[in-house]
Design a protein around this ligand. Structure first.
Ligand code: ZN
Length: 192
């Protein structure tokens, strides 16, 4: 398992709800936390590790020794209140940062790995993380939500990501789109 980077097609995949949680899925979540901490991230969505399932993880401290490890299965964001502009980054666009305007407060509904319901009103960084990660599960990236003028500023950086991705693909490091789609189908058949 590894964190995939822009413009990998799985990052544009809209994930289907998870219908079952098994030992293998718990192991996937464990490995996702490991990758997230290695990359010093505060959140990671399943499609960032090339899995088409509706799940993301978070630890607002980005540190296994601190904070709380949270798993959100089939998250739904609702009741947006206010707006706030803040800088965001993404483990699938390493080194790229930009300001994004989002609702300041939202409600997050989800289930954890124990099957318990999560139903919380969140604010600040927590609110931004659940919105950013839930976006991932719908195939939306934070660069899509940047202002038009901010998007112009990062065009060059996106070109570099695209060039690197294409050269990795040419050297066989990344499967073709049909192979990626077939793999996602298999995972959906198993969990969704
Ligand atoms: Zn992200």
């Amino acid at each position: 398992m590894e964190i995939i980077t822009y413009p990998h097609p799985t990052l544009r995949h809209k994930s289907k709800p998870i219908r079952r949680v098994d030992t293998a899925l718990r192991e996937i979540v464990r490995e996702m936390f490991k990758l997230m901490y290695e990359a010093r991230g505060v959140g990671l969505a399943a499609n960032q590790v090339d899995l088409p399932i509706r799940l993301f993880i978070a630890n607002l401290e980005a540190d296994p020794e601190k904070g709380e490890e949270m798993v959100f299965i089939n998250p739904v964001v609702s009741m947006p209140k206010g707006t706030e502009e803040n800088e965001e980054g993404c483990l699938s666009l390493p080194g790229l940062y930009g300001n994004v305007v989002r609702p300041k407060k939202v409600r997050i509904n989800a289930y954890n790995l124990q099957g318990e319901e999560i139903n919380t009103d969140v604010d600040g960084l927590f609110s931004r993380v659940v919105q950013h990660e839930t976006d991932h599960l719908d195939g939306v990236l934070f660069i899509d939500r940047m202002t038009e003028s901010a998007k112009v500023e990062i065009e060059g950086e996106l070109d570099v990501f695209e060039t690197e991705f294409n050269s990795r693909r040419e050297t066989g490091g990344i499967p073709d789109n049909d192979a990626i789609a077939a793999r996602l189908n298999d995972w959906e058949a198993k969990y969704c």
